[in-house]
Write a protein that binds this ligand. Structure first.
Ligand code: 1CP
Length: 370
């Protein structure tokens, strides 16, 4: 079933740029897409968050002398980096090599990715004027990313490409804190002390995420993942009041593309039903809650139970093969309790991981019954 998407964001008439949407590839039988729909895939699909990155020597050599963000705006380079783990491991999906701060940078926000630290924002967003000054993202500002997506879908054959964006809360945390944060204290303080300002900021970030995702979808991405990595810092009550409406706006804003939407966070055991309600087809689960329990927590959803993804603790990639073999089989068993199962880690690959271990996991997952 080929479908196409109008690249103009649904939520704002101000975004009228046309990227020239192209017909999506017909990959209905790809294991990832079948599992995401709740159909039985031909094999258990597996990919790894942060598969394109520092665990690969070929990645480290390509990145020599190129800053992270420059790499993200170079279509040929981002294409090659995205393909590296697909070639090496035989995973069932490619994840676009980019970063959650790419749309901010594209729109003109001064943000860098500091080596060994992560995103750093030179002027944090903390007052009404800062929120007003936050620019809107226009699709042509992420044209190099869309060019990379077009190159990728022409090279990937039968392997689906997952596009992605950072969810409004996780982006808001980087903007308000000015960089990575353990406690998200300024973010939580602003949310509660100035709820109107908070919602204005979150609406702007949601619109940006929709524009970024629609640009990737118009260029041919086959699925998307919304990364709300730090949402687990919130209570369910705060998540529902301050975050859920905005993540829902992002996922609703791309619903017409008809592609699987994966919604991921860390430490979100208490938030799984709410994250499902935001509109996800597949809900990401970290290592704290087993997949059968995650499926149980979401089983009463009005839209029916979702597919699940995740659960292998990335720290265990450094353990012996005996340990990993047991964990992989356990997760495959527990995943069968869900409407669909995409094998993945509970969070991203750690840089010190031996890449050969990832290949061995892919081979084992592919031997197991879906
Ligand atoms: O120079 C480098 O290699 C820097 C390391 C790096 C890489 C490889 C960063 C900086 N970003 C990325 C790529 C990246 N970022 C991908 C690539 C695709 C893949 O998965 O293979 C993706 C999906 C992201 C998304 C991202 N960036 C998230 C969400 C996913 C997650 O891990 O939770 C987050 C939170 C970021 C921010 C970020 N960017 C980089 C770092 C080190 C961080 C985290 C910093 C922190 O702890 O707050």
């Amino acid at each position: 079933m080929a479908s196409s998407i109008d690249p103009a964001p649904a939520r704002s008439s101000a975004h009228s740029e046309q990227l020239g949407g192209q017909a999506r590839r017909d990959l209905a039988d790809a294991p990832l897409l079948a599992a995401a729909r709740g159909a039985t895939p031909s094999r258990l699909p597996v990919w790894f968050m942060r598969q394109a990155g520092r665990s690969l020597p070929e990645y480290r050599s390509l990145r020599q002398g190129v800053s992270m963000l420059n790499a993200c705006f170079d279509p040929a380079l981002l294409t090659e980096i995205t393909l590296q783990p697909v070639r090496r491991h035989g995973v069932d999906a490619a994840i676009l090599f980019s970063d959650i701060v790419v749309p901010l940078r594209a729109a003109g926000v001064e943000v860098e990715i500091a080596s060994g630290v992560g995103p750093v924002v030179s002027t944090p967003v903390r007052a009404a004027g800062d929120v007003e000054a936050l620019p809107e993202l226009h699709a042509e500002q992420v044209a190099p990313v869309a060019d990379g997506v077009r190159m990728l879908v022409s090279e990937l054959g039968e392997v689906p490409l997952i596009g992605f964006a950072g969810a409004p809360f996780t982006l808001a945390s980087y903007l308000i804190e000015g960089g990575p944060s353990k406690n998200h204290e300024r973010t939580k303080a602003l949310m509660h002390a100035e709820p109107e300002l908070w919602h204005r900021l979150m609406s702007k970030l949601a619109a940006m995420a929709v524009t970024f995702l629609r640009a990737q979808l118009a260029a041919g991405a086959d699925a998307v993942q919304l990364f709300d990595s730090w949402a687990g810092a919130l209570s369910e009550r705060d998540y529902r009041e301050f975050v859920l409406p905005h993540s829902t706006a992002v996922l609703d804003g791309i619903a017409d593309a008809g592609v699987p939407r994966i919604h991921f966070g860390v430490g979100t055991g208490e938030l799984l039903p709410a994250m499902r309600q935001a509109g996800a087809d597949v809900v990401g689960v970290d290592w704290r809650v087993p997949l059968d329990e995650a499926a149980r927590r979401m089983s009463r959803d009005a839209a029916g139970p979702p597919a699940v993804q995740g659960n292998l603790d990335p720290a265990l990639l450094l353990a012996s093969w005996e340990v990993l073999d047991r964990q992989v089989r356990r997760i495959a068993d527990e995943g069968r309790a869900a409407a669909g199962h995409v094998f993945n880690l509970g969070h991203g690959v750690l840089p010190e991981t031996d890449a050969d271990v990832l290949t061995r996991i892919v081979d084992l997952v592919h031997e197991l019954r879906p």
